[in-house]
Design a protein around this ligand. Structure first.
Ligand code: AMP
Length: 486
């Protein structure tokens, strides 16, 4: 099916109920939203052919929702651009994707005009589109491209993961089966960028008629987010782990309506998860996924959060419709407990990288997606993620997983943030270096680690910094840390 069918069903079922909100203000009902998307789609079809790539460059705005469904109704492909990218990086993506059009927010449009056909969201030209008569003709072929998702490029140049309607439908169904079960009295609060996880999660909530709430600020602000959770029923959100930590840092109590927070996309450290559970109660579920298998490889269900520390430190079990395995270097399955590369297959696995058959062949083999992440299964089927292969440090012939050292460092009350990388060393091959944000001496950290992890895993060097370099989704850029050391 075409993803537009979800909105079509929502309009039929929930017609006059509120669909889209900005802050507390109701903008459209479900019937209005579907009508707007179909008019936008009809206007697009006057300009571009099916299969055209339509980019959206905007901080979080309510129009993103109508644009997504309009693009699908017009049989075109959404190319979401992270609004924090530099205009040069956006231009690179637009060129690579061969985008026909860009819908840009008033803030971002001026930086893009040199690039190609840019239309400002909310402009007179944009509003004129709603005068076009709606046409309903979305192609139901699920193998059509729906979403061209540029990876955040933490380990190299950004590549476009080609996601089909089938991929997004599988993600939607797995979400409803494993992580959340919303109804029309629920609300999805868009705290995280809609160009990434929060945008992908629009789909399951539209199907159930849950409100789409876009914060006025268009960005993540912990106070604003918690306020909105108090004002909309059954509040739910997808948040990056760093955002969850910021909610906890507010010191505020759980808003009465806060129903579910789904976190993932980067490591959630055990200590931070425990603090979040203590502050907000059992509202959490975790996903592990990547752009190439959107948001859907494994998941830690809400009920799993009652489990022991090993479960809490894991990324949960294989998701509905997804087969997950851990392989040794020779391609054979690793036994329980042994660390290897995580691979998965199922309807969530991308169709390949856009215009990049070489990278596709390296990443998808016989239908299996090679994630580049290292991990191990326990006897209960819980997967524990170690690190991306490229981040593992090999020192004196031993593999050291930075995440483990980071967890131990974060256990020290004087450490606010920590990131561990390897750097070349003539004696050891590589040595472990820890970048630490906080107020603590290297000697204290050393003593602290001696009580927690093997001696050989301890950093040989500490770098105290004011902040860690992060990409626009809040992921620490280890590449940049390594470059600082060389
Ligand atoms: P992206 O494709 O930019 O979303 O990045 C995906 C990568 O983020 C994965 O391959 C993992 O390395 C990491 N990641 C995603 N979810 C989690 C999680 N729940 N815990 C730890 N790392 C994660």
């Amino acid at each position: 099916m075409n993803m537009f069918s979800l909105l079509d069903q929502a309009a039929a079922r929930f017609g006059e109920r509120g669909a889209v909100y900005q802050g507390e203000r109701r903008l459209h009902t479900w019937r209005e939203l579907a009508d707007r998307a179909l008019r936008l789609a009809a206007s697009l079809r006057l300009q571009v052919q099916p299969g055209a790539r339509i980019a959206i460059a905007s901080e979080n705005r309510p129009e993103i929702i109508e644009l997504m469904f309009a693009t699908w109704a017009a049989d075109c492909v959404v190319v979401p651009l992270n609004y924090k990218l530099h205009p040069h990086e956006m231009a690179q993506i637009l060129d690579d994707a061969g985008a026909s059009m860009v819908f840009a927010s008033p803030k971002l449009a001026p930086g893009l005009t040199a690039a190609r056909a840019v239309e400002t969201i909310g402009s007179a030209a944009y509003l004129d589109r709603f005068d076009t008569s709606p046409v309903a003709s979305a192609d139901p072929d699920p193998s059509r491209l729906a979403w061209l998702f540029y990876t955040s490029g933490t380990t190299g140049r950004s590549k476009g993961a080609m996601l089909t309607h089938r991929n997004l439908m599988a993600m939607t169904q797995a979400h409803l089966a494993d992580l959340d079960d919303p109804d029309a009295d629920c609300s999805l609060i868009h705290g995280a960028p809609m160009s990434h996880g929060s945008g992908l999660y629009i789909a399951p909530y539209v199907l159930r008629g849950a409100r789409q709430v876009v914060p006025e600020s268009g960005a993540f602000d912990a106070e604003e987010f918690l306020d909105l959770c108090g004002r909309h029923p059954g509040a739910t959100a997808f948040l990056a782990p760093t955002m969850v930590a910021r909610l906890v840092d507010t010191g505020r109590a759980k808003p009465a309506n806060l129903r579910r927070i789904i976190y993932g996309g980067g490591p959630m450290y055990l200590g931070n998860l425990k603090k979040a559970l203590a502050a907000f109660g059992p509202v959490f579920a975790q996903l592990y996924g990547q752009g190439e298998a959107p948001m859907t490889i494994t998941g830690l269900r809400r009920a799993d959060h009652d489990g022991d520390d090993a479960i809490l430190a894991s990324v949960g079990r294989a998701r509905t419709g997804v087969q997950v395995a851990v392989l040794r270097d020779d391609g054979t399955p690793a036994p329980t407990g042994e660390i290897g590369e995580i691979v998965c297959r199922g309807d969530v696995v991308m169709a390949g990288y856009w215009n990049n058959p070489a990278a596709t062949a390296e990443t998808v083999k016989d239908g299996w997606l090679f994630t580049g992440d290292k991990g191990s299964f326990d006897e209960r089927g819980y997967l524990t993620l170690r690190d991306r292969s490229k981040d593992v440090v090999i020192s004196g012939g031993s593999n050291i997983y930075p995440r483990e050292v980071e967890e131990a460092l974060l256990d020290h009350p004087g450490v606010a943030e920590a990131a561990v990388v390897g750097t070349p060393d003539p004696e050891w091959g590589e040595i472990v270096v820890a970048f630490v944000v906080g107020d603590v001496a290297a000697g204290d950290l050393d003593a602290h680690l001696l009580e927690r992890i093997a001696r050989f895993k301890r950093p040989k060097r500490y770098e105290f910094v004011d902040a860690l370099p992060k990409n626009s989704y809040g992921k620490v850029l280890k590449r940049e840390l390594r470059a600082r050391l060389s």
